[in-house]
Design a protein around this ligand. Structure first.
Ligand code: MLT
Ligand code: ZN
Length: 472
């Protein structure tokens, strides 16, 4: 063990091999659900050092856990409790390598924090549309490795759809240089996509070239609607009326708003009444916020319907941010109230109202005292159907006792509706066996074949994502 650490120190420098209490913040996930131990945390400076670290680890049979901002929800970046794995932190690979405003591309190292990448694009009047509540700490490498979704998928797609090129260190230490800016390159398998969403099980992403969009004005509205079906109808109308200018369409139930009010009293929801709310954002090349434009007229027209009970339009950036802070505050509010049993399901857009109704009925029937928090990116068919312990209960004990039963019930329901149990949060360890349960056997077979071929010794993020094959 000592020899491995010395060899790794020879690559990255002793100061970048952290051990003991210095590893503390790298071995627990952001929700505090997974507590691991690490032989060391290794902090390479560039792709060449990452490749060398991988070669040293492979030669000595040491498992590697790649880690970005450590904001994931499924334990994908946490080492196991054995103390034999190293965390390979990408945080020192934090340079924005290029922004090409004319080509609408940027190239960044994996450890660049998402908000910094957004700011670098904005300096060139360009938009990096990937955005999410954790953007001040999550990193591009992690965003890509988990194919992060977030708040503007409706218009711009998940992280996967924003990638033009990747640089990846393979499990044998070779560097796969696909850091291209080409928009068209029809030369066989789209290898970069193999590593997006692979959660570091097939290699370590060290840099990426991303697509940018024009930075234009936007309009943001908050509406209370009659029910979830009215929310979906509003989205359909607004897309048509605004020539598809809708970038975000977020659903927020009164339960979730109540949790925000209680845990984060400084945030004031714009509309006090109403059981069902939506936060809508549209891009508008024609005008700055506050000015009348075709998009504001489309918004006004779409919101003037029987299904909409009340609505407000943000009049300036401060009001816009205030609306988003409420939506983005939901996970923090749940955490402050003891944490939630999270679900991240997706169903076809037309099935969203039925899913919410049936899932609510299932939980009400079997766990009548549990508190709900239903919200999410319903424009993407993605519902966060989170369940909090009853008011008087111990949250951890409730999770331990009831969590598996609740999740199985809600995942079964999504599966029965041909939906997904993991729309955007990935698999990690939390949902690895769930993938083994619901996954298509042929698809799982192909995944295992890829894993075995690229990482025959199973040292690249061991135990994550790929379900163990059932014994025959
Ligand atoms: C969000 O949309 O806020 C997160 O993906 C969901 C969560 O934190 O539960
Ligand atoms: Zn989400």
């Amino acid at each position: 063990m000592q020899q491995s650490l010395e060899a790794l120190a020879g690559v990255v420098g002793a100061a970048h091999v952290l051990t003991g209490s210095d590893t503390a913040r790298y071995v627990v996930d952001e929700r505090g659900l997974f507590h691991g131990r690490a032989l060391a945390v290794i902090r390479p400076a560039d792709a060449r050092e990452v490749a060398e670290v991988v070669r040293v680890c492979v030669a000595r049979g040491v498992g590697m856990v790649p880690q970005g901002g450590n904001t994931g929800y499924c334990g994908g970046a946490t080492p196991d409790p054995s103390g034999t794995q190293v965390v390979v932190s990408l945080e020192r690979l934090n340079a924005v390598l290029a922004v090409d405003a004319n080509a609408y591309t940027m190239t960044v190292q994996a450890g660049v924090v998402l908000a910094q990448a957004q700011a670098a694009a904005a300096q060139h009047a360009r938009l990096l549309p990937l955005s999410m509540g954790s953007q001040e700490s999550c990193q591009i490498g992690g965003n890509l490795s988990t194919n992060a979704g977030g708040l503007a998928v409706l218009k711009y797609g998940t992280a996967r759809e924003l990638v033009l090129g990747l640089e990846v260190v393979l499990p044998d230490g070779r560097i796969l240089d696909r850091l291209t800016t080409l928009r068209k390159d029809n030369t066989g398998y789209d290898l970069k996509q193999l590593f997006v969403g692979a959660e570091g099980t097939l290699g370590i992403i060290t840099a990426a070239t991303l697509k940018l969009h024009p930075a234009v004005g936007r309009h943001t509205a908050w509406a209370s609607v009659r029910d979830v079906a009215a929310a979906c109808a509003l989205l359909a109308d607004l897309r048509a009326l605004s020539a598809d200018a809708v970038t975000s369409f977020e659903y927020i139930s009164a339960h979730s708003l109540g949790h925000v009010r209680r845990a984060l009293p400084a945030l004031t929801p714009p509309l006090a009444a109403g059981e069902h709310h939506v936060l809508i954002e549209c891009l508008d090349p024609e005008a700055e916020p506050r000015e009348e434009s075709a998009v504001t007229r489309a918004l006004a027209q779409a919101l003037d319907t029987a299904g909409v009970e009340d609505a407000v339009l943000a009049q300036n950036e401060t009001q816009r941010r205030a609306l988003w802070r409420i939506r983005e505050g939901i996970p923090a509010a749940e955490k402050a109230l003891g944490g939630s049993i999270k679900h991240d399901v997706s169903v076809a857009l037309g099935d969203v109202p039925a899913y919410v109704e049936r899932a609510s009925a299932v939980v009400r029937a079997r766990w009548p005292e549990a508190r709900l928090s239903i919200y999410g990116h319903i424009g993407d068919g993605n519902v966060h159907f989170n369940v909090l312990a009853p008011e008087a209960a111990d949250a951890d004990a409730f999770r331990r006792g009831e969590g598996a039963g609740i999740s199985t019930a809600l995942h079964d329901l999504a599966h029965a509706m041909r939906g997904s149990f993991s729309a955007e949060h990935g698999i990690g360890v939390l949902k690895r066996d769930t993938l083994g349960h619901y996954g298509d056997p042929v698809a799982l077979d192909v995944m295992r074949a890829l894993k075995e071929r690229l990482d025959p010794r199973g040292l690249m993020n061991p135990g994550k994502l790929v379900p163990v094959a059932a014994a025959v």
